[in-house]
Design a protein around this ligand. Structure first.
Ligand SMILES: *Cc1c(COP(=O)(O)O)cnc(C)c1O
Length: 376
């Protein structure tokens, strides 16, 4: 009994098991863009990777990946990490001393999905702001700035850093407007408060804004990178690499982060096998994110047509669609019976995410299933 309850709970939450044992096979998996599997070409790149011992800093492929990502964001150095959470933990640790605070959005990954790591391992305290869709617009920036208490003296907690998530995951893949980021950057630098970017899906934000930017997606990445002291980016989400994130910052900061990574048990050896997948992803899988965004928009349109108000297709900036429904768990289970895997993020909130392993055929099936289930 216990195990079937557990697997149903996992299916309904979207994390863990793919569904109850009796469910038919998953035909399209929209639970997360972390579910991508390496393509044949990526596996070939892994096979051919030159490797060395990365704890000795002698893995040429890892060194190349770190340099490449640092350059893309306009930073001096990069550090490969096994997860985005660790890249965030190391980045925030560089900026915030024990007992100081990090300000972040109330639904930020750093404060909702990293299991308290910043508090447990770094002694960081947090205060949060609320923003619809996690959007950092001018109004939100004003509220963040009003919350800051840098150098608060011996009685109050001092604000050392502000974390920005771009795109915002639980907000629904929200792209942060560049103008508001500039405004935040001006105010935080004037106050001596540092910025950390949780750019797990910065690539999606860059592709979404790249069409209107003189420098294309690379220009967006440079511009955002130029505003932050530390940034983490994921290779294992929409980019389709099996493992890994990169933290970027100054050379001095990254040297400190390298020591902390080892101290936390994540000094790794022949990581070139993983870094090769990341380099391949950067070469081949960034621009195609636009296809994921178009499919997500289509799914939102199908859902909104079947049940007006459950989502706003115009607010789907990238590859994530959040649905407001009466019973998210029931929707997830009914969709699973039809071969479509979704997640329930809360009792009334379902989420679907498009990615490298979702093609037009999969999107068609998901759209038909959403139309059927939401049209009831
Ligand atoms: C996925 C994600 C991360 C990192 O997650 P890991 O599972 O630790 O790699 C960080 N921030 C956001 C916003 C994410 O979506």
């Amino acid at each position: 009994m216990a195990s079937s309850t557990t697997s149903e709970a996992a299916a309904a939450s979207g994390y863990g098991a793919s569904g109850p044992r009796s469910a038919p096979p998953v035909r399209v998996d929209l639970r997360s863009d972390t579910l991508t599997r390496p393509t044949a070409a990526m596996r070939q790149a892994v096979l051919e990777a030159e490797v060395g011992d990365d704890v000795y800093a002698e893995d040429p492929t890892t060194n190349a990946l770190e340099a490449r990502v640092a350059e893309l964001l306009g930073h001096e150095a990069g550090l490969f990490t096994p997860s985005g959470s660790l890249a965030n933990v190391l980045g925030v640790r560089l900026l915030v001393e024990p007992g100081e605070e990090l300000l972040c959005d109330a639904r930020a990954h750093v404060v909702r999905a990293e299991l308290g790591a910043h508090a447990v391992t770094s002694g960081v305290t947090t205060r949060t702001w609320d923003a619809p869709r996690g959007l950092l617009d001018d109004d939100a920036v004003d509220r963040v700035v009003a919350m800051m208490t840098p150098d608060a003296g011996p009685h109050l907690v001092s604000t050392a850093a502000v974390a920005v998530e771009d795109t915002h995951n639980f907000g629904g893949g929200t792209v942060q407007p560049l103008a508001a980021l500039h405004r935040l950057h001006e105010q935080t630098s004037a106050a001596g408060v540092a910025l950390h970017l949780d750019g797990a899906r910065l690539w999606n934000a860059a592709v979404a804004l790249g069409g209107e930017h003189a420098g294309g997606w690379q220009g967006v990445v440079q511009e955002v990178g130029g505003m932050v002291a530390t940034a983490s980016v994921c290779l294992s989400k929409g980019l389709g690499a099996p493992v890994g994130s990169v933290l970027v910052s100054s050379a001095e900061n990254i040297a400190r982060a390298r020591t902390w990574r080892k101290r936390m048990g994540a000094g790794m050896r022949q990581t070139g096998l993983l870094a090769a997948a990341g380099l391949h992803a950067l070469d081949h899988h960034v621009e195609r994110l636009a296809d994921d965004h178009a499919r997500a928009r289509r799914l939102a349109q199908a859902a909104a047509a079947a049940r007006p108000g459950c989502t706003d297709p115009a607010a789907v900036d990238t590859n994530i669609v959040v649905l407001d429904v009466d019973d998210a768990r029931a929707l997830v289970l009914a969709a699973a019976e039809r071969g479509v895997a979704l997640s329930a993020l809360g009792p009334r909130t379902a989420r679907l995410v498009t990615h490298l392993d979702v093609d037009d055929e999969g999107a068609d099936l998901a759209a038909a299933v959403l139309a059927e289930l939401l049209g009831r």
